[in-house]
Design a protein around this ligand. Structure first.
Ligand code: GLU
Length: 335
């Protein structure tokens, strides 16, 4: 008996993969030029996908990834829920600009309740470029999505033949094709030259967190800002974020997560006066930020080894339900 072909939804959210440059060597200015492939063309240019699965494109808006807002995330989430829970798709591949791909991947990873594969991919070179990488990335993403072993691993990111988990993946180079890495834990596996998908690790923390958040009817997520610490930071950015309506602030602290004394004063002030929830992370890019007894007393949550902009996603989702520091810390310790 032959196995049933996977039915895979394809959502294009924009970015480099379906952008066009002004010439075959335009590897840098194409986002400013704003030229895009017609919506159906990316799929049409990769007929090889037909040998892997039934891939059906589902319409969505296409934007540079740094232009996305939380309203776009919520719309994307609802579309994915419909495709996977009601319309019977076996998996979904999402193409995305690489600049914020990791944030969308972690948002979907946290908010979705499905065990079906959801795979994000993108490109470092536009579709018109010499050695464009997007076509093979798309093929590899579909291979990963169609692979039974991809179930139950949370959202995955496939770039440059490499499979990453949504929690750890991060963009680590501005222009290299090998732009992404898995930080402290490395890649999960590869979509390799023989056409096979091979896994070597199973990421932990792939339990579905979706039930922990109150997203029904929401049009935007609670505002959370990230404030980077540096020599002489005086806390003005922290007070400004609170004045702009932030309900949470992530500190990208120095070292293991140290804001300056003036920033600490500002954090204590806004927590006391406005109940703003504070999360401590590090600007270092690797390793954990931990919750010392003093931080716990002051109402700080520690972001563990999350990049500050990913801690921002979890904090914002958590704030849909609670601003109680110990309850939010439990989420950070679990997901
Ligand atoms: N490499 C592109 C840029 O920085 C990525 C665009 C995107 O993320 O949408 O312009």
């Amino acid at each position: 008996m032959t196995a049933r072909r996977s039915r895979i939804g394809l959502i294009l959210t924009g970015g480099t993969i379906d952008s066009l440059g002004l010439s075959r060597l335009d590897l840098g200015w194409y986002i400013e030029a704003g030229l895009k492939l017609p919506a159906a063309d990316l799929l049409a240019r990769v007929p090889e996908l037909d040998a892997i699965a039934d891939v059906e494109q589902v319409p969505f808006r296409r934007l540079p990834s740094h232009a996305l807002a939380s309203s776009d995330w919520l719309d994307l989430l609802r579309l994915l829920e419909t495709l996977l829970e009601q319309d019977g798709y076996d998996a979904v591949v999402v193409t995305h600009g690489t600049n914020t791909l990791e944030e969308t991947a972690y948002f979907l990873h946290l908010a979705l309740k499905t065990n079906k594969p959801v795979v994000l991919t993108g490109a470092m070179r536009p579709a018109s470029a010499v050695s464009a990488d997007g076509y093979l990335n798309l093929i590899n993403a579909v291979r990963v999505a169609a692979e039974p072993a991809s179930h139950g691993r949370g959202c995955l990111v496939v770039m440059n033949d490499t499979i990453f988990d949504a929690r750890h993946v991060t963009k680590a180079s501005t222009y290299r094709v090998e732009a992404f890495d898995g930080r402290d834990v490395g890649p999960l596996g590869f979509a390799d030259a023989d056409g096979r998908v091979v896994y070597y690790h199973r990421a932990d923390r792939t339990e579905r967190a979706g039930g922990e958040f109150a997203l029904a009817g929401l049009e935007v997520l609670p505002r959370v800002d990230v404030v980077v610490s540096y020599v002489g930071a005086d806390g003005a950015m922290i007070r400004a974020a609170a004045a702009a309506g932030a309900r949470g602030i992530v500190s990208a602290g120095t070292g293991a997560g140290r804001p300056t004394p003036a920033e600490d004063d500002a954090f204590d002030e806004i927590h006391r006066d406005s109940g703003v929830l504070m999360c401590l992370c590090s600007r270092v890019g690797s390793g954990r930020s931990v919750r010392s007894p003093g931080l716990a007393r002051r109402g700080f949550v520690a972001g563990d080894n999350l990049q500050p902009w990913k801690a921002r996603v979890l904090l914002s989702l958590a704030l849909t339900k609670t601003a109680e520091p110990d309850a939010v810390q439990r989420l950070f310790d679990t997901f």
